[in-house]
Design a protein around this ligand. Structure first.
Ligand code: KG4
Ligand code: ZN
Length: 350
């Protein structure tokens, strides 16, 4: 199957961290392909992303992932009408691989290129997912909203008054929440990335077994802190076992995982709840890899039910880093903005 000539095809490219993602989106709403090459195995032995390793892996993955995305979509590069590319924030070496690929495609195909903000794309993916699934159109999404972006690199709370109109009202003062899941998983001898393995282990554990701290719950602002919680888990283990040598015994892991997960999520929920109240929000949007967590989803669902709000969380494939959210956001931006020029920079911090 090939695209009809009047279909608008957006190619979305994402390389800001350790996932090489390319997606083909038709008319801004139908995801024809969404291919992600994860580097998780490469970074596993380090318990976190190594920037230089990530950058080299993107170089190797970008062309095969691009070819696969076109093949699965039944699209040739000549059919592409717009190239969306993550330009900020992220690891500079990783961002540059995607940005250079997008520039090369734009120049050689003579097609426009739109730089996309990765955080905005995570927030936009909530509206995009509702739109692609037919739940509501992008124009029907209610505002103001509170946006929560929770990933391996970011933990931020945003007041959103429209798509792309957002103000950061809080963020982590140290580790990102996903990073805390990854580091605690390493302490517990669980595999990387830590989020899914902690969640799996926590299923057999008691979330009230250990009273880990809920960091900054009463700080009076919207900031988060995860470094102290991570250290509390380490000290809990160190006091009982020689964790420098071996991970804690298998039968102790579920309670620690469940108690850590509960503390990490409680501090997210506490801030979201206050923000919703103080900003008269009508909805909550959540993006980033940690949004895949079922315990977080359950607690958010309870919160919106109690307060009669809408909740927008994308399916897991659109929560973690992917090219579809970049294509969707680029298409939306292109309705009102000129494309970027070839001298566009990759910018590591916003
Ligand atoms: O958004 P993402 O794919 O990449 C970044 O921009 O960082 O998020 C990856 C992060 C990792 O830290 C991973 O451990 C976490 O999201 N994560 C989870 C879950 N799935 C992924 N954290 C908690 N529970 C999960 N189920
Ligand atoms: Zn991300």
């Amino acid at each position: 199957m090939t695209a009809e000539s009047d279909d608008h095809i957006t190619l979305g490219i994402e390389t800001s961290c350790d996932e090489t993602g390319v997606s083909v989106v038709e008319n801004g709403r139908t995801i024809r392909s969404n291919i992600v090459a994860s580097q998780a195995e490469l970074h596993e032995e380090y318990g976190g992303v190594v920037p230089e390793v990530a950058c080299r892996a993107h170089v190797e993955a970008i062309l095969p992932v691009l070819e696969e995305a076109c093949e699965v979509a039944g699209t040739s590069l000549e059919d592409v009408d717009l190239i969306g590319i993550t330009r900020t924030p992220g690891l500079i070496g990783s961002l540059l691989i995607g940005v250079q690929a997008a520039k090369a495609l734009s120049l050689s195909l003579g097609k426009p290129m739109m730089g996309v903000d990765h955080i905005q794309a995570h927030l936009f993916s909530c509206a995009f997912a509702a739109h692609t699934s037919g739940d509501c159109t992008i124009d029907q999404i209610p505002f103001p909203q509170i946006g929560l972006v929770v990933s391996g690199g970011h933990t931020g709370l945003y007041r959103m008054t429209g798509h792309g109109d957002y103000e950061r009202i809080g963020s982590t003062i140290d580790d990102a929440v996903g990073e805390a899941f990854d580091k605690v998983a390493a302490t517990l001898g669980l595999s990387y990335p830590g989020g899914p393995s902690i969640e799996r282990a926590a299923k057999d554990g008691d979330p009230t077994a250990i009273d880990f701290p809920r960091p900054m719950m009463d700080s009076g602002d919207y900031n988060f802190s995860y470094s102290g919680l991570k250290t509390a888990v380490l000290y809990h283990c160190r006091d009982r076992w020689d964790v420098e040598e071996d991970p804690p015994p298998e039968n102790a892991v579920p309670d620690i995982a469940a108690s850590f997960q509960e503390a990490a999520i409680d501090s997210l929920i506490g801030k979201v709840e206050t923000a919703v109240e103080e900003h008269d929000a009508r909805a909550i949007s959540v993006g980033g890899g940690v949004a895949a967590n079922q315990r977080l989803r359950t607690k958010l669902n309870n919160l919106v039910r109690e307060r009669n709000l809408d909740l927008f969380i994308p399916p897991i494939s659109l929560c973690t880093d992917n090219g579809a959210m970049i294509a969707g956001n680029a298409y939306y931006l292109a309705q009102t903005q000129d494309p970027d020029r070839l001298d566009m920079d990759a910018v590591p911090t916003r």
